[in-house]
Each structure stands twice: as structure tokens, then as C-alpha cells.
Design a protein around this ligand. Structure first.
Ligand SMILES: Cc1cc2nc3c(=O)[nH]c(=O)nc-3n(C[C@H](O)[C@H](O)[C@H](O)COP(=O)(O)OP(=O)(O)OC[C@H]3O[C@@H](n4cnc5c(N)ncnc54)[C@H](O)[C@@H]3O)c2cc1C
Length: 486
């Protein structure tokens, strides 16, 4: 049984950011992820916003890591090649009463050292956002958007490139503490490590309870979204937020332009019992559309192409306000167990700063030494975004760049093959979608899924009844019809 210096439970954005940060040092690191791929949990289903820090109470860990994380993104995007757009955001006041809330946000922002905040009159806002009417608005230039799954995958694959072991479809089922470390039981065998990092997201309590009695509870809170077709991307230029509702520590239903040109409407906020209940509901779809139309009345109903939901990991119930700070700490009762608890929004923004903090905690145990051969693999731009001569050169080298597999997003066969050849060996349909975007356009895979299946079989030797959509039991084919039955 190999003993690792550090074992990380959870390959969400937090676990992957920690893995990447640790991969810079001479340490043996393993990540256990129960999903078919990294970014299987909350990290893939959020607004994708790099928050500025105007919403987090000054002095909290949320405020600190949000502001520190925000400042790291320009450099990270440049180095790792993931997409980042500083769209800026408007928080709009519909009337003078709501303006009082804007004054409060400015005060919070200033205390958190958020730069560039400005108040714009309704007329100025109208010039920049012609579909929007408001009394006045707070302009926040340091807010941006990323593709959360692209960011997580890039971090994880870079960690693998630097010898971190990512074990997918590996669920931690029990943990035993020994004098010098932990024995970690999984569905794929038993492992051991000196330090254990619990970045299990919504399962953080379940993981703690494998080692000690938890002193906290998790209250899952579902947020549903609507996705609008790219044809409506010119409805807005920046993110549009209402003033935050005075409850539950959520930001309210906002309208967010994505990197790819779609627009998101959401999220709702609904406390639920089952943390896996990621359904979307007709009732909430109607509510989201209604609330979005109160901000931008011209949103057409037939612009909606998809819906999804993500679950917040809240440490306080709605009766207790729903607002708690992060807990990022070594357990007092179990030395070597580092818990990341209640990492709700702005967790995506905070991830790189949290990873640095966790590294600092680990430096108490090890004298961290940089790897001389630390490497960076930069994500390459998509074929459809290249100049014509660059596309031509690629097709000359590999004719598979000349074959379009996904018509909606213009993704080539060569890109699909590259996505399937990923360093994590993740081979689900959604692994392909998240790496190259095939199947994520208007037809949502109606045309290209058959081609993905063909490539998976022909080039990767996969059997048709092994192919899964996105979760360990999501087989695409579960039986044969009469003619094909073997
Ligand atoms: C609706 C919504 C909107 C949000 N919007 C934003 C935003 O715009 N900006 C922002 O900064 N933040 C946002 N957030 C917050 C952000 O998404 C989260 O803070 C972040 O994704 C948490 O990452 P994580 O790695 O802790 O959790 P997760 O992504 O859930 O990762 C935990 C991983 O652990 C794995 N796991 C669990 N148990 C086990 C086990 N026993 N064995 C092995 N693996 C296990 C899971 O499969 C999962 O992949 C939003 C969140 C929600 C819900």
C-alpha cells in the first residue's frame, strides 16, 4: 500500500485548485473523486462569476479569499489558457429605496478594498445597457466570468502533468486515523496518507463523520438556472444583478452573460433535504423568467434552450439566517485532517486563494520544496476561434480538423479526439462536452452525440454499453432492441 504525503477528497474546483498548488512541490499527492470526471459536483453548476467582494462581510474568510482570489485570475488565465472575461457588473436599484442598499454595498466594497466602484444614473446605464431601465446602478468593473468546468479541468490536468494522482470513480467509504496518518478505504481499494484534506463539498460532513463527530450540519440549498440561446447574447453586455434580497445570504436572480455567448438567468434559492436532488422544476422556471423580465422585459420565452441547478453547501439553516463563514481549518481533535466546510459562493472565485491557504497549513507538516521540473500545459484555443490561415495549417497537418462533428458549436473531429485523450482518462459524454464543447450548442447534442459514440468506439475501443453520460450509473444504452439482440 503506497503512502501519500497528502490525500485530497473531492475533485471539485477546491480540491483541484489545492492539487494544482501542491503539485508545485515535492510531495506525493492523491485526489479521490467519486464522479466520472473532476467537476462533477457544485463546481460545474453555478453562475461562473468571478466576484469582486462587494457582497462578503468585511473581516470574514469569504471576503478575504474572494478579494485575493479575484486578483489572481488574470494571471492564472494567461498562464493556463482558460477563458476569462471581465464583463463588469451592474447592481441595479429600481427606486430610491433600493438605492440605500447600493450605498451599503459600496461601504462593504470599500472595506474589502474593491476598486473602481461607481454609481451610474439610470440614463448612463441606459446608454450602456439599452434593454435595461433602472433608477440608478452600482458599476463594479472588477467582476468577470469564466467557464467553471474549464477552469477546474485545467487545474486538475495541470496537477496530473506534475504527477498528482487523480483517481476518478473512487469513492471514499471509510477513514481510519492512525498515529502517523490515515487509512482511506474506497471502492477501489485502501490507501494511506499522512495528511487528509476534506474538500468533499456537500459531503464534507459525511467525510468528517468517518473520523470524528461533526460539530456542524449541512443545509443544501438548490439554485436553478435557465440558459438562453447564443442568438440573444446582445440583450446585455455586463452582468445585471438586482439589489440582494435581505435574506439567506444569496445574491438574487441575476442575468449573466457567459463566455460562450449564452445568457444565464438565476439562481433561485430553495432549501432542500436531499443534497443530490438537482432537478429543475416548471414552477421555478416560470418564476426565474418572471423575475428576469422585471429587469429586462424584452427577454423572449423561446430563447430558453436549457435549464440546470446547483446546490449550495450552507452551514446554517434558513431559520438561522443561512449566512455562515467558511471553515478552513485543521481539526483540533484529529491532527492532520484539514477540513474545508461550507464552501458556498464565492467559492469558485476564492478557489486559488484557498489553495494557497491550505498549502500554508500543510507547510506546518513538511518543509515544502519547489519542483525544478514543474510544468504548465496551456489550454489551446478552439479551432473555430483561430484565424483562417491557422485553421488551414492545422487541417494540412491533420485532416480530422477538417471534419465538423458538432455543427452548432463548430467543433472538429480532431478536437473531440483530443478531448477524449485527456490526462485524467475521463471518457464520458460530458467529459467531451466540457473539454471541447461538442454537444453544448442549441441542439444540445441532438446531431453530434452519434458521432461522439462512433469515435469513442472506433478510436478508443469503448463498448457501446459502457458509455456513460455524466454520472457513474448514467449508461446511455441499457439494452438491445429485438433485431440487434446478441
Ligand atoms: C447556484 C450556485 C451558484 C454559484 N455561483 C457562484 C459564482 O458565480 N461564483 C463563485 O465564486 N461561486 C459560486 N458558487 C459557489 C461555488 O460553485 C462553490 O463554492 C464551489 O463550486 C465549491 O467547490 P467544491 O470543490 O467545494 O465542491 P464540489 O464541486 O461539490 O466538489 C466536491 C467533490 O467531492 C466529491 N466527493 C464527495 N464525496 C466524496 C467521497 N466520499 N469520495 C470521493 N469524492 C467525493 C464530489 O463528487 C465532488 O466532485 C455557486 C454555487 C451555487 C450552488
Amino acid at each position: 500500500m503506497k503512502n501519500f504525503h497528502v490525500a485530497i477528497i473531492g475533485g471539485g474546483v477546491i480540491g483541484s485548485a489545492i492539487a494544482w498548488e501542491l503539485s508545485k512541490y515535492k510531495l506525493d499527492v492523491v485526489v479521490f473523486e467519486k464522479g466520472l470526471d473532476v467537476c462533477s459536483g457544485t463546481s460545474k453548476a453555478n453562475s461562473g462569476v468571478i466576484h469582486s467582494g462587494i457582497n462578503s462581510t468585511p473581516g470574514t474568510l469569504k471576503a478575504r479569499f474572494c478579494v485575493e482570489g479575484n486578483k489572481m485570475f488574470t494571471d492564472l488565465a494567461e498562464k493556463l489558457g482558460f477563458s476569462l472575461k471581465w464583463t463588469g457588473k451592474y447592481v441595479i436599484a429600481k427606486n430610491p429605496l433600493e438605492s440605500q442598499e447600493i450605498d451599503r454595498l459600496i461601504k462593504v466594497g470599500k472595506k474589502n478594498n474593491v476598486l473602481g466602484l461607481e454609481i451610474h444614473t439610470g440614463a448612463v446605464v441606459k446608454k450602456r445597457e439599452s434593454n435595461l431601465s433602472c433608477f440608478e446602478a452600482l458599476w463594479v468593473p472588477t467582476a468577470g466570468v469564466i467557464l467553471p468546468y474549464e477552469f477546474t479541468i485545467v487545474l486538475a490536468e495541470n496537477a496530473v502533468k506534475n504527477n498528482v494522482n487523480f483517481l476518478l470513480e473512487t469513492k471514499v467509504t471509510n477513514i481510519k486515523k492512525y498515529e502517523k496518518g490515515f487509512k482511506i478505504e474506497t471502492n477501489k481499494g485502501v490507501f494511506s496518507s499522512n495528511i487528509l484534506i476534506n474538500s468533499g463539498g456537500l459531503s464534507c460532513r459525511e467525510i468528517v463523520s468517518m473520523v470524528e463527530k461533526p460539530d456542524f450540519k449541512v443545509y443544501p440549498c438548490r439554485g436553478e438556472y435557465l440558459v438562453l440561446d447564443k442568438n440573444y447574447s446582445n440583450l446585455i453586455n455586463s452582468m445585471i444583478y438586482p439589489v440582494p434580497p435581505a435574506k439567506l445570504g444569496v445574491l438574487g436572480v441575476h442575468i449573466t452573460p457567459t463566455i460562450e455567448g449564452n445568457i444565464l438567468i438565476g439562481p433561485s434559492a430553495e432549501f432542500i433535504d436531499d443534497p443530490d436532488d438537482k432537478k429543475t422544476t416548471l414552477h421555478m422556471m416560470k418564476t426565474l423568467l418572471k423575475e428576469a423580465k422585471e429587469i429586462i422585459p424584452s427577454i423572449p420565452e423561446n430563447a430558453i434552450i436549457s435549464a440546470y441547478s446547483g446546490i449550495r453547501c450552507k452551514l446554517l439553516s434558513p431559520q438561522q439566517s443561512g449566512i455562515a463563514d467558511y471553515r478552513i481549518e485543521e481539526s483540533k481533535r484529529t491532527p492532520g485532517l484539514i477540513n474545508l466546510l461550507g464552501i458556498e459562493s464565492p467559492g469558485l472565485t476564492s478557489a486559488p486563494a484557498i489553495a494557497k491557504e491550505v498549502t500554508k497549513l500543510i507547510s506546518k507538516f513538511y518543509n515544502l520544496e519547489f519542483k525544478k521540473d514543474f510544468k504548465i500545459i496551456k489550454k489551446q484555443p478552439r479551432f473555430s476561434n483561430l484565424k483562417e490561415n491557422q485553421q488551414f495549417n492545422l487541417i494540412k497537418k491533420d485532416e480530422k480538423y477538417g471534419r465538423i462533428i458538432c455543427r452548432c458549436e463548430q467543433i472538429t473531429e480532431a478536437e473531440v479526439i483530443k478531448a477524449l485523450s485527456n490526462l485524467l482518462h475521463a471518457r464520458s459524454i460530458s467529459s467531451v462536452q466540457y473539454r471541447c464543447r461538442a454537444g453544448m450548442g442549441r441542439c444540445q447534442g441532438g446531431f453530434c452525440t452519434q458521432h461522439l459514440l462512433r469515435i469513442m468506439q472506433e478510436k478508443f475501443g469503448m463498448k457501446i454499453d459502457e458509455i456513460k453520460m455524466k454520472s457513474p450509473d448514467s449508461y446511455l444504452f441499457t439494452g438491445y432492441n429485438r433485431e440487434l439482440k446478441k
